[in-house]
Design a protein around this ligand. Structure first.
Ligand code: TYD
Length: 423
């Protein structure tokens, strides 16, 4: 398989946070296409872009990331991920708006919230319902347009210092800036952090959520690693990072969403910080995040999952079973490509995202079909490989009828197992 020459990877081989060049690569998952680049039928015959997917940890600050850092325009312009298709996600975003409204906006006149990477506007809509003025910044054209259609004002661009200046000039400084699953999606993090500083001025706050490295390592969630996620954040490296910008990580919370995340509260200047920050810094030390052996163990566990899963699928297929996938998640594409699971194993992948239906998964070229297609023939299907294991409960509850036909789900992470009853 040839590597793509579609675009030169941007970025270099230094740690984005502390600038050290002492990076240890401990796992290679590539060659890998961009995980959200679903293909139209005709595209299958065009040359598809593949890149290495190497995972490193910085030996100086223990920050983890991937190389190469692929140009964002390659990853985000024709984006298919939509927040609003998952009830779990919508409920989560509503809870986030509630918490942040109480903490930062309750007593503010005419509160103003900016969301970076605002996707379909689901989070901002929850702030609007509570009476805030909102503005989204979202680079994906279709998704920004969908947000606008739903009444969420959205700037259709990548956020940087220039965007920040224009927002402040035209709308004033926001009281709160949010970013959910965005702070890991930016190759030039410094430019965005500087823009954020401009935006929040002296008295706003920046709150972001991202997958938490401790959860990723402990749950062997290697499939959540793909080019869009340039980094895998932990608290300790972030504390020093924001220090450089004269900002303080004042609080952190652990969350269940996306298989284990952190919510990080950042305020300008030298603000007081909650004990919860120190507790997680300590936890990270206790879990060996500064020890290369921890990462080598993770790489061994990843290899075990690949062997167990491919052995199971090979056996089920040779016994004549019909298998489909469920949830054409980006993480599913890491798993499928790394394990080389294609249409010979899975007839199709069920997904409720309209943009993905009728397309083919990147790399392995498995067709994506709507849930109704699966429900109409689930009597004939024996196993479902659950690729979107982070929403396992929601999906298995919706597909209760499949279990009644004797069907079983295969859950690949944190280790391969089958489930024959709904939750
Ligand atoms: P998601 O959680 O967004 O993961 P990733 O960040 O790895 O892309 O992926 C969940 C996928 O599962 C998404 O494509 C939508 C799909 N899905 C369904 O098809 N049915 C459902 O009931 C739910 C909750 C999700």
């Amino acid at each position: 398989m040839a590597y793509s020459s579609l675009s030169e990877p941007v970025g270099d081989r230094e740690c984005t946070l502390c600038k050290s060049d002492d990076l240890a690569v401990f796992l290679s998952l590539g060659p890998m296409p961009p995980a959200n680049n679903f293909l139209e039928g005709g595209d299958l015959y065009e040359e598809e872009g593949f890149y290495p997917l190497d995972i490193y940890v910085c030996r100086d600050c223990s920050h983890m990331g991937v190389l190469p850092r692929v140009d964002p325009s390659e990853l985000f312009s024709d984006y298919v991920y939509m927040t609003g298709v998952s009830d779990t996600m919508l409920a989560h975003l509503d809870g986030l708006a509630e918490t942040l409204y109480d903490r930062y906006l309750e007593d503010v006149d005419d509160p103003f919230v900016v969301d970076i990477g605002s996707n379909d506007g689901s989070l901002l809509a929850a702030f609007q319902e509570r009476g805030a003025r909102v503005l989204g910044v979202e680079p994906a054209d279709d998704i920004a347009a969908a947000a606008e259609d739903d009444g969420v004002p959205t700037m259709n661009e990548f956020f940087d210092g220039d965007t920040a200046d224009r927002i402040v000039g035209e709308h004033g400084s926001p009281d709160l800036v949010t970013a959910t699953n965005v702070f890991a999606h930016i190759p030039d993090l410094d430019a965005v952090t500087e823009g954020m500083n401009t935006l929040i001025g002296g008295d706003g706050a920046f709150v972001f959520e991202n997958a938490y490295l401790v959860d990723l390592l402990e749950g062997t969630k290697f499939d959540t690693i793909y080019h869009e996620h340039y980094y895998y954040h932990a608290v300790r490296p972030l504390v020093s990072y924001f220090d450089r910008f004269d900002m303080t990580v004042v609080d952190v919370e652990r969350l269940d969403i996306h298989g284990g995340s952190i919510r990080v509260y950042v305020e300008p200047g030298a603000a007081a910080r909650s004990d919860r920050v120190d507790e997680l810094v300590q936890l990270e030390e206790d879990r060996g995040l500064d020890d290369i052996g921890t990462y080598q163990q993770f790489a061994d566990d990843v290899n075990d999952i690949r062997q167990d899963l491919t052995a199971l699928l090979d056996r089920l297929k040779s016994d004549g079973n019909r298998i489909v996938g469920y949830g054409a998640a980006a993480k599913g594409n890491t798993l499928l490509n790394y394990c080389r699971i294609g249409p010979d194993h899975l007839d199709y992948i069920v997904d409720n995202t309209p943009f993905k239906q009728g397309r083919y998964t990147p790399g392995m070229h498995i067709p994506v079909k709507p849930p109704d297609h699966f429900r109409a023939e689930h009597d004939d299907i024996d196993y479902v490989l659950l690729l979107a294991w982070n929403v396992a409960e929601e999906i298995m509850s919706k597909e209760e009828a499949f279990f009644r036909t004797g069907g079983e789900f295969i859950i690949p992470i944190p280790e391969v197992r089958t489930v024959d009853t709904p939750p």
